[in-house]
Design a protein around this ligand. Sequence first.
Ligand SMILES: [Zn+2]
Length: 86
Amino acid sequence: MTQRKSGFTLISKDAYVDRFLAANPSERRDDVVARLDDAIAAHKDGERCSCGEQIWIVGSAVAGYACFTCITGEATPDSDYEISTT
Ligand SMILES: [Zn+2]
């Protein structure tokens, strides 16, 4: 439970892409990777949601730069995936 603080389940980009494509077979891998790379770069640049929170990379790749709460309406993540950037 080392990631309890954030509530996210951290996962590598490659592992996430594999899971995403398994669930969304109509998506193209290079498109998914490009969107994730864009969101990861924004996260590393310190991009913030309009509410001031750090952006959620996984959600921002789909919904535009925003935090978990603003994208999902949930207060806190419950083992939702987030890309490990370290
Ligand atoms: Zn927000």
